[in-house]
Design a protein around this ligand. Sequence first.
Ligand SMILES: Nc1ncnc2c1ncn2[C@@H]1O[C@H](COP(=O)(O)OP(=O)(O)OP(=O)(O)O)[C@@H](O)[C@H]1O
Length: 243
Amino acid sequence: MSGAIRLRDVTLSHERHPAVHHLSGEFAPGSLTAIVGPNGAGKTTLLRAIAGLHPLDEGRIERPAERIALLPQMSALDRGFPIACLDVALLGHWSRTGAFRAIGLAERARAEAALEAVGLSGFARRPVGSLSAGQFQRLLFARLLVQDAPVILLDEPFNAVDARTAADLLRLVREWHGQGRTVVAVLHDLDLVRREFPETLLLARDPIAWGGTEEALGAANRLRARMMAEGWDAEASPCGLAA
Ligand SMILES: Nc1ncnc2c1ncn2[C@@H]1O[C@H](COP(=O)(O)OP(=O)(O)OP(=O)(O)O)[C@@H](O)[C@H]1O
């Protein structure tokens, strides 16, 4: 499976407020990378930019031609939507079928198998609004399974889920890595990152380190990220230049 993502001097902002500055590097095909950094470091903005959902101020992102799947932060999603679990899983087919092609039996079977794989067999007709946070996250992983993309971006995938759910979902992440997919996950649990993620990008709006996890998360790099975060000015213009 291919799936390299190359960033060339990427700068991102929100309404002229800085989010990510001059980031260059590569998520190699088949790599498993954590993005870590303080709150407000630009991690979510970067994932969205990689997925093509946030415009670039400067620079370039080279992505594979194939599909990129994004798991958004759970808190960013509206769960009051009146839709059943199977329909959410079926949405994973959308990028291939488009809005107007009918869903066939094979696609339905794939969605049902995905629900089973995440421990939600028997939930097909349940409205999403009735799910616990952990069950909902399992459902979003089922949708990722259906999407079957070579590049998978996960924004805080284990937030607000219990240990058993996190372990089950982590198993899927390992499987995706074993299948040669490129997986990038925003995470705050550094012990988990050290245990499971060979590569790490430490971001504090500016890139602090990008490479092997042990080295990227060394004490000096973590201190630098913390000091950068303490100095952030919410009103600063991108790159610290006068607007
Ligand atoms: N929709 C928005 N409008 C304006 N500013 C935004 C918006 N989204 C994010 N920002 C700002 O951009 C900066 C980067 O935010 P982002 O959510 O990418 O950081 P993060 O590293 O994912 O943070 P966290 O760990 O808290 O989720 C922050 O200063 C944030 O306040």
